[in-house]
Design a protein around this ligand. Structure first.
Ligand code: SIN
Ligand code: CO
Length: 376
């Protein structure tokens, strides 16, 4: 993507300008970000997705001032009637289940994929919404069907209402208000308070970019490094032939403390280990994702990543669906192109080494990628 070309999606800003002036800093309202936009998933298909066990969905209802939250899957008959007001159905990861929705997400590839979480679709009856709240996400709220009134503000008081199953702000102080029509989009940085209320039947797409918490990253990486450390069968044991008799048996020996510090230092000693664990973690498929193995019939015409595949790279590795591979030279260039463009042409493949072709073919076998049809 040319990050210096103005985009209607960003109201005529270039991706470079948007990232400089708005991303993680201040909201942006774009009228007709996607001109003539129509939902990529029909109401009936969305309800069918919400009935699927492999799809994460929630139903939020407001009745007599009370909030109610239920988790899916939902049989169609367990959803409220379309005429009943004040309910909303939220379906996470719609991009994983539908090609057109996944294709829409590709327009946002001016943000590193490492930051992307998913595309959630909400369906609401008149008055439906999830209440005033804030997220730890950068989010693009794209109106897909009907109208939604958004009120937003830089909330200082983040106190949440107690005793309800949702995170709803106790004292929401909106500063601005917009009504979004199909194709309009509102970008919000993390922690901006917002409340979207459906005006009539309404569908909203939330393209969410998570900001991982330092503690979560540390935990995930340390868990992986711990696994690697225990893989080593030859690891030495603590030895203390010079340990003297003690009168204070409760005290932890200083030598054992040093042995522990050294063990941790060694687990972190490989300068690439943290990067590798991070890449594997970032590309790990969500727990509800599985692939359909499909033995490849040949890769000559090109290859395309499956929409569920997460692929990234750093200086030394390529990562795909939680696995890491050392890559260098021409093969690394090829694999990076696959990660950036999510596909390779027959011309690209003509320059690939046998090892790279074999790897691609195994990814096709696992259903992580697909051989492209000749006309693609
Ligand atoms: C919704 O689509 O109803 C909720 C989206 C959000 O507020 O994050
Ligand atoms: Co939100």
């Amino acid at each position: 993507m040319d990050v210096h070309s103005p985009l209607p999606l960003l109201g005529g800003l270039t991706p470079a300008q948007f990232m400089r002036t708005h991303w993680h800093k201040k909201p942006l309202l774009v009228r007709q970000a996607v001109p003539g936009f129509a939902p990529t998933v029909s109401r009936a298909d969305l309800f069918a997705l919400a009935g699927d066990e492999g799809v994460e969905s929630r139903l939020v209802q407001q009745k007599d001032g009370q909030w109610r939250l239920r988790h899916g899957p939902f049989a169609r008959r367990s959803l409220p009637s379309l005429q009943a007001p004040d309910w909303t159905l939220l379906v996470q990861g719609a991009d994983l289940h539908d090609d057109a929705t996944h294709a829409l997400l590709q327009q946002f590839r001016f943000v590193p994929e490492a930051r992307l979480d998913d595309l959630m679709i909400s369906y609401a009856s008149n008055g439906g919404g999830v209440g005033p709240h804030f997220d730890s996400y950068d989010v693009f709220l794209l109106q897909a069907h009907g109208r939604r009134r958004w009120r937003i503000g830089r909330q200082k008081d983040l106190t949440l209402r107690e005793g309800i199953p949702l995170k709803v702000l106790e004292h929401f102080e909106p500063e601005e208000e917009f009504v979004l029509e199909p194709g309009d989009m509102l970008y919000l940085p993390p922690r901006w308070a917002h409340d979207g209320v459906a005006e009539g039947e309404c569908m909203t797409y939330s393209i969410g970019f998570r900001s991982p918490r330092r503690a979560d990253i540390a935990q995930s990486i340390l868990l992986r490094l711990a696994d690697e450390a225990t893989d080593d069968d030859d690891t030495p044991i603590y030895r203390d032939p010079k340990q003297e008799a003690v009168a204070l048996p409760g005290a932890i020996p200083a030598a054992l403390q040093e042995f522990a510090r050294d063990a941790v230092r060694r687990a972190l000693a490989d300068p690439l280990s943290v990067e590798r664990a991070l890449g594997e973690w970032l590309t790990e498929p969500k727990s509800n994702v599985w692939f359909d193995p499909a033995p490849a019939s040949g890769l000559l015409e090109g290859v395309a990543l499956d929409r569920r595949t997460r692929m990234m790279y750093d200086d030394k590795h390529v990562y795909i669906n939680g696995e890491s591979y050392r890559a260098a030279g021409r093969d690394a260039t090829l694999m990076r192109r696959l990660a950036d463009e999510r596909g390779l042409t027959a011309k690209d493949l003509a320059r690939a080494s046998d090892d790279a072709l074999e790897l691609l073919s195994s990814w096709c076998d696992s259903g992580w990628a697909h051989a492209r049809a000749p006309q693609d």
